[in-house]
Design a protein around this ligand. Structure first.
Ligand code: UD1
Length: 338
């Protein structure tokens, strides 16, 4: 028996598609809505190969209120996971308005759709970028947010604030905010991975593309940070581990286990790695040496951020299964297959 019908907004994207797989494997019915802004329809074949289920994707621009309202006329949902957003930090500095318009309108429209049909249970994709240059490391959920370093990060802070205000008024509407650290890697089956329509800008896909000869070299953005080797520190988390946390978060909401509203969780491994350490993990796993050079800092980047994940472990029962070598191994297998 189905555990419920879930809208995955941004279901063909990178984290969305891995979450669709995890939801299906845990007994949920999934409906995806994605306009393929940064994904490809072929991912539905990959999901089907893994799960045996052909997921329906509605090609809807969720920032379009009317189109989103129509989607909610077609389905009665038991919950939703909101991934649909632009996500490139550097690009957001150049195109702030596009980021605010897309990331905030899509969230508002999904909240509205759920609310109008009397549904609740929303899981929102937030980001460790909301911490800015935090005063303490590792960051805990209680660590104060600092000013956003980029418009992207600000859209995530604002998305969180919207849900705080909305849930304060509508106390029967339950939400979870998940602050992702740096998702990377691909499904261990090799059937799905990051298949962005836009050129990759995140570290791990850039590394594998350079390794595969699709790009000439990697630029390490900054070597003068106050860190172990001068490059920036992040907490890299395998996308399948991250995906499973969404299933746990939905179950947590549907079973009425939350004691705050919204509930807030960090999703990272809890370990910080420098850019150079990630490059060396790739070299170790692939047996290739990577062509890279050191360049200037990138606008919008923070120095270091990694998670204290105690809360997600205690309240959601979430335990990551993969480490950085697994991340690089699965990312590399996926790259070679593409
Ligand atoms: C940021 C957000 C993260 C969000 C992600 C979405 C922060 C702290 N984190 O991740 O929450 O989910 O965007 O895209 O803002 N790097 C290079 N060379 C490259 C590419 C990246 O040196 O060619 C470095 C970056 O400077 C950074 C690290 O690698 O230090 C990771 O970068 P990236 O993968 O782009 O993710 P973040 O910007 O950390």
């Amino acid at each position: 028996m189905s555990k419920g019908k879930i809208l995955v907004a941004g279901g063909t994207g990178y984290i969305g598609s891995h979450t669709v797989v995890d939801l299906i494997e845990n007994g949920f019915d999934v409906v995806s809505a994605d306009n393929y802004h940064n994904s490809k329809a072929g991912v539905l074949d990959g999901i089907e190969a893994i799960t045996g289920v052909r997921v329906v994707n509605h090609t809807v621009d969720l920032a379009d209120a009317e189109a989103t309202a129509k989607l909610f006329e077609k389905h009665q949902f038991d919950g939703a996971i909101h991934f649909a957003a632009y996500k490139a930090v550097g690009e957001s500095v150049d195109k702030p308005l596009e980021y605010f318009r897309n990331n905030l309108n899509s969230l508002l429209n999904v909240i509205d759709g759920l609310r109008r049909q009397g549904s609740s249970n929303l899981v929102f994709s937030s980001s460790c970028s909301v911490y800015g240059n935090a005063d303490e490391l590792p960051v805990r959920e209680s660590t104060p947010r600092k000013p956003a370093e980029s418009p992207y990060a600000r859209t995530k802070q604002m998305g969180e604030d919207i849900l705080y205000d909305f849930c304060a008024k509508h106390t029967d509407f339950q939400a979870v905010l998940l602050r992702y650290f740096n998702p990377a890697g691909a499904h261990p089956s090799g059937r799905i991975g990051e298949d962005a329509a836009n050129p990759a800008s995140n570290l791990v896909p850039v590394i594998t593309e350079v390794g595969a000869g699709k790009r000439e070299k990697l630029t390490v953005f900054g070597s003068d940070y106050d860190t172990r080797d001068g490059s920036a520190v992040r907490d890299y988390i395998h996308v399948s581990d991250l995906a499973h946390a969404h299933t746990l978060a939905l179950q947590f909401l549907m079973e009425g286990r939350s004691t705050e509203n919204p509930s807030l969780f960090n999703l990272g491994i809890g370990e910080g790695l420098t850019v150079l350490e990630v490059i060396h993990a790739f070299e170790r796993v692939s047996g290739k040496s990577l062509n890279y050079e050191v360049g200037p800092r990138r606008a919008g980047d923070v120095v270091a951020v990694y998670a204290d994940r105690t809360k997600a472990s205690q309240e959601l029962g979430w335990e990551p299964q993969y480490d950085v070598d697994d991340i690089m191994r699965t990312a590399w297998a996926w790259e070679e297959k593409r």
